[in-house]
Design a protein around this ligand. Structure first.
Ligand code: GRF
Length: 188
């Protein structure tokens, strides 16, 4: 199964997928909305094609997504994995990939959607937070939940220590969930 990863930032989840010994999906394209993002260096290192035109260069979101869609079709992409992609996906892509776009989010959704989810959880004083993998719909972190793992808060822990623990859960849970999901849908 060929897949594209969409990312805007450092790309540690992208790297974790590439490092997984056996991933059910072959990652054939990175789509990045920021030409200066770190994640592009990872793609280069693994010789994965990159599409990194800024959406600002296009007259509308639909025009941008149409161009992205063309790239996805050229590479015969069937699944899209969002990994720190800081934009909502619009109808142009959602209609072509129904239930074929998934996202990872660093909280136990529906708690703390949107930006700075880990900070939001710390500020709220919750005792447990975690990681969610979900299907993508037109909302912000609102699609059907596929997998979750809880992470307990530790007393006196700094935000960066908590962030590290959450990331290490992400890096294991995302490739594992992709494998489960794809082996299930291939069997249908
Ligand atoms: C991750 O915490 C992910 O859950 C969120 O954005 C972050 C991306 O991190 N959606 P990275 O770029 O994969 O390191």
């Amino acid at each position: 199964v060929k897949a594209a990863v969409f990312a805007s930032g450092t790309g540690s989840n992208f790297q974790a997928m590439l490092q997984k010994k056996f991933l059910e999906a072959e990652i054939v394209l990175l789509v990045c909305d920021r030409p200066d993002a770190k994640v592009i260096e990872i793609a280069d290192k693994y010789h994965i094609p990159v599409y990194a035109r800024p959406p600002m260069d296009f007259p509308s979101k639909a025009a941008y997504e149409k161009k992205v869609l063309k790239q996805l079709q050229v590479h015969r992409v069937e699944w899209i994995f969002l990994a720190g992609y800081m934009r909502l996906i619009g109808d142009t892509l959602l209609s072509v990939f129904p239930n074929r776009i998934i996202n990872i989010h660093p909280s136990l959704l529906p708690a703390f959607p949107g930006k700075e989810a880990i900070e939001q959880a710390v500020r709220a004083g919750v005792k447990v937070t975690g990681v969610t993998i979900h299907f993508v719909d037109s909302g912000m972190d609102t699609g059907q939940i596929i997998a979750q793992q809880a992470v307990k808060m530790k007393k006196g822990e700094s935000l960066s220590q908590l962030t590290k623990r959450i990331q290490s859960v992400e890096h294991r849970l995302y490739p594992e969930t992709i494998n489960k999901l794809l082996s299930r849908s291939n069997g249908l």
